[in-house]
Design a protein around this ligand. Structure first.
Ligand SMILES: *Cc1c(COP(=O)(O)O)cnc(C)c1O
Length: 421
């Protein structure tokens, strides 16, 4: 057993990031300035996104996205219970109603069939709320079933706001999450003719990324909104007090003291200190991802030997971003499995072996605020509730050494064997 505790998800910050932050502090631009602009450009270029807006969190990006689309009181947004609370909070923030629909059992991503059912149900009750958007969450970094979701959006004239907090860089049918839908991906198309570019006309689509400390790329706190330039320009206004032009130009030689307030906007801009970190994290992203995949390969190889453990899904048409590695336990209920240990016990046993873990996520409808406001019972969303009870997230980050990875595997195997009856 290892002697030092293995933390669940520490960041990986190098000397390059530190030097760039110091350079920013020595400059005259410590808030939104040239480094934020460069970070936006380089981020958009990496994904082939039409335009990008750097913000101080993914939550801010989601909130700004809804405001940009004009979603508010009397409206409803369909989303998943299997997410972090902030994706759903922003729907409440704009005064709209979140409608939670259940997830697919393999990926735990929002189930497109249930989205269509929910739209039909709520369209009948149009006097109570007007369904305006779908907010899919690419859980753990595994893209949602986007072709079907976009078909539904097109059919019912809904916007799509993607929570891609976990999905940098993830691919769905050869295209990055956040990539311009009109950009032809000829390299992939020639190899996979069944994935010919679809016409996504008329679907307003915005994608939100997170650079929180635990995410695949970090700026300590931060986020990015990508989408069509006209929506991003509207979002830029919303993100900085609703000012008519960039405030940072106000104080430069090219700027003027005069500005107009066009919207009751927010204060969600990213600082150059954050962007300084992000610029170097972006350059390291390919090597970070290679290391994540290496660890996942080793985990899968080890854990697939145990019928008590279910390893994560990666559907053939996607490239997983591997933000999280979530094992599911075949907890003994109907004596189907021989693993007589509950998820909570499993976590305690790993902690006793100095391995940090977590659970992603406690379904939204179990939290008192949403449970009480909308009268949810746990079994109203049966797949999310059932899977929540048997999931555990293992450490997965580029800083893990080979020995750390082997220690996790050894600890998991040890717990499984100890409780094997
Ligand atoms: C982390 C996370 C967020 C929030 O990101 P912040 O940048 O911390 O605001 C939103 N959704 C999901 C699924 C997340 O994991």
């Amino acid at each position: 057993m290892r002697s030092a505790f293995l933390p669940f998800s520490p960041p990986l910050i190098g000397e390059e990031e530190i030097a760039e932050v110091i350079d920013t502090l020595h400059s005259d631009w410590i808030t939104t300035g040239p480094k934020v602009r460069r970070f936006e450009e380089e981020f958009a270029a990496l994904l082939g996104a039409p335009a990008a807006l750097a913000l101080n969190s993914c939550t801010a990006a989601l909130h700004v996205a809804l405001a940009t689309l004009g979603i508010g009181a009397g409206d409803a947004v369909i989303t998943t219970p299997m997410t972090f609370c902030s994706s759903v909070h922003v729907i409440e923030h704009v005064g709209a109603r979140p409608i939670l629909v259940d997830v697919e059992p393999d990926t735990l991503n929002i189930d497109p069939v249930k989205i269509a059912e929910a739209v039909e149900t709520f369209n009948v009750k149009r006097e109570t709320c007007n369904v305006r958007a779908i907010m899919p969450v690419h859980l753990y970094g595994h893209p949602c079933e986007m072709d079907t979701i976009l078909d539904i959006a097109r059919q019912y004239d809904l916007a799509v706001v993607e929570d891609a907090a976990h999905a940098l860089p993830a691919k769905y049918k050869g295209r990055f999450i956040g990539q311009d839908p009109d950009q032809n991906n000829t390299q992939y198309a020639t190899r996979n003719t069944q994935y010919a570019t679809r016409n996504t006309d008329h679907v307003s689509r915005l994608t939100c990324f997170s650079f929180y400390a635990t995410k695949n790329l970090t700026t300590a706190e931060g986020g990015m909104l990508t989408g069509p330039p006209e929506l991003i320009e509207e979002a830029r206004m919303w993100s900085l007090h609703g000012l008519s032009h960039d405030a940072w130009k106000r104080y430069s030689s090219e700027g003027s003291w005069y500005y107009e307030v066009i919207r009751p906007g927010f204060k969600y801009n990213m600082t150059d200190i954050q962007a300084a970190i992000g610029l170097h994290q972006l350059r390291k992203l390919p090597q970070f991802q290679a290391r994540r995949r290496e660890i996942v390969r080793r985990y899968n190889q080890a854990f697939s030997q145990f019928e008590e453990l279910q390893i994560p899904t990666e559907r053939p048409e996607v490239e997983h971003a591997w933000h999280l590695y979530v094992l599911r336990l075949h907890v003994s209920r109907l004596h189907v499995s021989r693993l007589h240990v509950s998820r909570n016990q499993f976590i305690e046993e790993l902690k006793a072996r100095h391995i940090g873990t977590s659970v992603h996520f406690i379904p939204i409808h179990l939290h008192p605020y949403y449970r009480d406001k909308y009268g949810y019972q746990p079994d109203d969303l049966p797949v999310a509730y059932r899977e929540y009870q048997r999931m555990v997230s293992l450490p997965l980050y580029p800083r893990m050494s080979d020995q750390d990875v082997e220690d996790v595997i050894e600890a998991v195997e040890d717990v499984v064997r100890q409780f094997w009856r």
